[in-house]
Design a protein around this ligand. Structure first.
Ligand code: ADP
Length: 448
């Protein structure tokens, strides 16, 4: 096992990694920006190193400064968390060149799965269900028209190197496809330095279901079942739950196993998430693979009892996965509400500034992963998520009831947060009955 681990991140995920490291007897080291100087999580690190001013381009995204900090602190591993450099294959490569273990996949595995066309080809080989569409990059307009005619409109043009919702265009007919193709290529070349695009069927009214996978360096991979993340606004997840409700058990098993098979074939060590859209007939179509720990990993931890962050540190240190697929059992239901410092009544504008009142909820089956507290000042430079409220209960209705109570107990002020929005969703029949798709929150907001 490592002796010292540098955390190249901030906030709740830095704290989450500190806790996992401590339990493994690994000493955590934190980097921080000047804006995070008073961050409470830093008090729990063995050592802290300032890496620059508040804006992340000058601090948390600076590979040179993070590597210098790692060398000064003499660590043997780096955990990137999520966001920032977590899916940057170049960073993983620099870590390797500097003989520092990157906690995550090898740069090669990251690049294989990060390129959407390569990933889709590998998924087909692993029998992971993918969208109908082109087999690889679209070479010319004729090919695009042929593919679209065979799968039927609407179709979506996507950049192989795309991410963060950029480089995608929906086309409902031939004329739209012609213009989308040219625009998508130019946009992809400019934004990602790679103009390759492909076409797939565009699915309306789907649910977002994803499978958590863990792989090790000895050729093993297991899945930890699925999560539903259909509660979104502008492609940003707001509420996640595990397991995904109402899925046929045989289908669940087959999809989850195929996701684990894909990760095994990619020779991937660490935590990965295979994301799918699911239609009303419970057909699955792979969207992409996220090559890092996800914000919503706690709901899976609650229903499987597995510490995903610890497991990823262990496999990075070369240990084989300590469990087999048959050892993984689902227990009860978990929900997570993202607590964002945003004003839902004013277009979700971020709410940086002082937190004068912070009264956390508690009780059986209630978990709060947060770095916020009374007296915390939310800096303006980063993501607005200041915490994750997670509940676990024997059944989904009981989990919803427990979440209602926890949200009622939770007080944060004077800044506005997403807590009132979550309270409304917990009473929404579409959510309560799990009769939802990825657009239901936006429809709910539009009708209010
Ligand atoms: P990115 O890497 O940019 O996040 P994804 O492939 O994950 O791209 O897609 C982002 C979002 O775009 C999805 O969550 C989904 O809402 C929408 N989307 C992508 N592909 C399709 C598709 N084939 N049909 C319907 N919606 C899609």
């Amino acid at each position: 096992m490592f002796s010292r681990l540098l955390i190249a991140n901030r906030g709740e995920i830095a704290l989450r990694i500190i806790r996992a490291a401590r339990e493994l007897g690994v000493k955590p080291v934190c980097v921080y920006s000047e804006a995070d100087r008073d961050g409470w999580w830093l008090k729990h690190a063995d050592e802290t190193v300032c890496i620059g001013p508040g804006p992340s381009v000058d601090s948390y995204l600076r590979i040179d400064r993070i590597i210098s900090a790692a060398e000064i602190a003499n660590v043997d591993a780096i955990h990137p968390g999520y966001g920032f450099l977590a899916e940057n294959a170049h960073f993983a490569e620099v870590c390797r060149d500097c003989h520092i273990e990157f906690i995550g996949p090898s740069p090669e595995a990251m690049a294989r799965l990060g390129d959407k066309i390569t990933c889709k080809k590998m998924a087909r080989a692993a029998k992971t269900p993918t969208f109908p569409g082109s087999d690889g990059a679209i070479e010319d307009e004729d090919e695009a028209m042929e593919v679209a005619a065979s799968i039927g409109y609407p179709v979506i043009v996507k950049a192989s190197a795309g991410g963060g919702g950029r480089g995608m265009r929906i086309a409902h007919n031939e004329a739209a496809l012609r213009s989308s193709l040219t625009a998508a290529r130019q946009e992809a070349a400019a934004a990602f330095g790679n103009g390759a695009v492909y076409i797939e069927k565009f699915l309306e009214n789907a649910r977002h279901v994803e499978v958590q996978v863990l792989g090790d360096k000895h050729g093993h991979a297991v899945h930890l079942y699925d999560r539903d993340c259909s509660s979104q606004r502008r492609h940003q997840k707001l509420i996640e739950e595990a397991p995904a409700p109402g899925i046929d058990p045989k289908k669940r098993d087959a999809v989850a196993r195929s996701a684990a098979d894909l990760i095994r074939r990619a020779e991937y060590a660490g935590a990965a998430t295979v994301e799918f859209l699911m239609d009303a007939e419970q057909n699955f179509y792979m969207l992409e693979v996220n090559t890092r720990v996800q914000v919503e990993h706690p709901v899976t931890e609650m229903v499987t009892g597995i510490d995903i962050v610890q497991a990823s540190i262990r496999v990075a240190a070369g240990e084989p996965l300590p469990f087999k697929q048959r050892d993984i059992k689902l227990n009860g239901h978990a929900l997570e509400c993202r607590i964002n410092a945003e004003d839902p009544d004013r277009g979700f504008t971020p709410q940086p500034g002082p937190v004068d009142r912070f009264i956390p909820p508690g009780g059986l089956g209630v978990r709060l992963d947060t770095h916020a507290h009374t007296g915390y000042r939310i800096p303006p430079h980063y993501d607005s998520m200041i915490g994750k409220l997670i509940v676990h209960a024997p059944t989904r209705p009981e989990a919803i009831q427990r979440m209602r109570g926890a949200l009622d107990e939770f007080e944060i002020g004077p800044i506005k947060t997403t807590i009132p929005l979550h309270r409304r969703v917990m009473d929404q029949p579409l959510f309560v009955d799990a009769n939802y798709d990825i657009h239901y929150i936006e429809r709910m907001l539009a009708s209010e």
